[in-house]
Design a protein around this ligand. Structure first.
Ligand SMILES: *Cc1c(COP(=O)(O)O)cnc(C)c1O
Length: 464
């Protein structure tokens, strides 16, 4: 055992314990895996996970958490004892694949040839022009770029994580994957990854969501997944999927869709999504020879936001902006603005900000962007708020719809209603920025899936 003290601004902030050369005897999914490798509790900054690695300061190391799933007071592993052992095995496995050349090479190839990475960093010229005109600036105004996750296979950033975790499931010898999905984006991505890797897939989905998103249900079935309906919504489907996993630990892998849940889930998902920010750094350098000034992403639970932000945590000159769903308004009780009005509590295995009542009961979230309807956020997102490293704002349903229409008309890109929340915030952000500032908005997904929602809002007749 060796112990290292990390000093942040002269203060010892946390202790890091490093275990070296431990023999792993993993029994997840009933297949014993024996191998000797270095196990560390710390995500080593020298590791080259998923491509290029920047130099990071102690500060950014601090912001990245303690490697044990703790981000300040957030995160952790609040689970029944029976789950501690499988989670620990998963942690070891994840730690291994981060540094495993073969795994990383296979993932990189799949991200390129299957997912279609890298996704473009697109200069939104007409959107830039639009804001320049309304700001009536004499200079050029800020420049707006879109990170085109909408062009990823299956239409959103979800596939980056689904594919990575499905590869881990296969390595662990799991014959079966279970997942829960709300609108179906994560379900479709998981079903696709499982088809590719020849793993049986079961997706749990709430009855109301199944009705609303029938084309995603059909896609999942086409991709060979079993779709199980659960009375209720996403929250109930999640609980059912976890129950199913716990009852079948010997054969089954639970594939989480975002940066929530007990450690190592949040860490795993953010690492698989961090490819977004890594590409952005490289592309910014190519496009204008510098860094972005502001990064903007919508926040449901935080996976597309963290995926973009992580690479830049140590760059203090890069502003990180997250946008939550204010739904029908923060006073209406119908929103998904966890950081804006929630409190800290424990849900789905970790501590974070939550939407809860006085009794600690979880409240039903609402957003027109169904992917944003989660009553919490990932622990690392809570920490980024509390540490002040990232800023968080909100956009309403109405503002998101407007932003969706604007981008469609100006750029010929129909963004997902989730991503439209990030785009909507440009109205408030852009007038505060200097001329020439470079803004990157994460276009987390495409809007084809939202056409029915737009039709229900009377869209076709209000257009043209
Ligand atoms: C699921 C989803 C989101 C929200 O999830 P995060 O974990 O906050 O990224 C945002 N955009 C799209 C397109 C989604 O499918």
């Amino acid at each position: 055992m060796s112990s290292t003290k990390i000093q942040i601004r002269g203060q010892p902030l946390f202790k890091v314990l490093t275990r070296n050369h431990r023999m792993i005897n993993s029994v997840v999914c009933g297949v014993p895996i024996k191998r000797q490798h270095r196990v560390s509790n710390v995500l080593r900054t020298s590791d080259p996970p998923l491509g290029s690695v920047p130099t990071r300061t102690d500060e950014s190391q601090f912001l990245r958490g303690d490697g044990n799933g703790r981000f300040g007071r957030f995160g952790g592993k609040f689970v029944p004892e029976t789950l501690m052992s499988p989670l620990r095995d998963l942690e070891d496995e994840f730690d291994f694949v981060l540094n495993d050349h073969e795994f990383q090479e296979e993932l990189t190839t799949a991200l390129r040839d299957y997912v279609g990475r890298e996704t473009p960093l697109y200069f939104a010229g007409r959107l830039t022009e639009h804001y320049k005109n309304i700001s009536q600036t004499t200079g050029g105004g800020p420049e707006i770029y879109l990170k085109r996750e909408d062009l990823s296979h299956c239409g959103s950033h979800k596939i980056n994580n689904a594919l990575g975790q499905a590869m881990i499931a296969r390595r662990l010898g799991c014959k079966r994957v279970v997942a829960a999905t709300g609108a179906g984006q994560h379900g479709v991505a998981t079903a696709a990854a499982c088809a590719k890797l020849s793993i049986e897939c079961t997706v749990f989905m709430g009855t109301t969501d199944i009705e609303k998103h029938s084309s995603n249900v059909l896609s999942m079935k086409l991709l060979g997944a079993q779709v199980k309906s659960v009375e209720g919504t996403f929250k109930d489907a999640s609980s059912e999927a976890i129950r199913n996993w716990v009852g079948n630990l010997e054969t089954t892998y639970y594939l989480s869709g975002t940066v929530v849940g007990p450690h190592p889930n949040p860490l795993m998902v953010r690492e698989f999504q961090s490819v977004i920010g890594k590409e952005t750094r490289r592309q910014a350098k190519q496009l204008w020879g510098g860094k972005p000034d502001v990064l903007v992403a919508c926040v449901g639970s935080g996976s597309n936001a963290l995926g973009l932000f992580l690479e830049f945590l140590g760059d203090e000159d890069v502003r990180l902006v997250g946008v939550e769903a204010a739904g029908l308004g923060l006073d209406s009780g119908k929103h998904s603005a966890t950081l804006a009005v929630g409190d800290v509590g424990v849900y789905h295995g970790s501590m974070s900000y939550l939407l809860q009542d006085d009794q600690g009961q979880i409240l039903k979230p609402h957003s027109i962007g169904v992917g944003l309807e989660y009553p919490g956020v990932g622990p690392e997102i809570s920490f980024l708020k509390e540490s002040g490293r990232a800023e968080f704002y909100t956009a309403t349903d109405q503002e998101a719809v407007q932003a969706c229409m604007l981008l469609s008309r100006l750029e010929g890109i129909i963004p997902a209603l989730e991503a439209s929340h990030a785009l909507a915030f440009l109205d408030k952000l852009v007038p505060t920025l200097r001329d020439g500032a470079k803004v990157v908005v994460n276009c987390s997904g495409r809007g084809d899936k939202d056409l029915d929602t737009l039709i229900q809002r009377g869209m076709p007749s209000s257009l043209c």
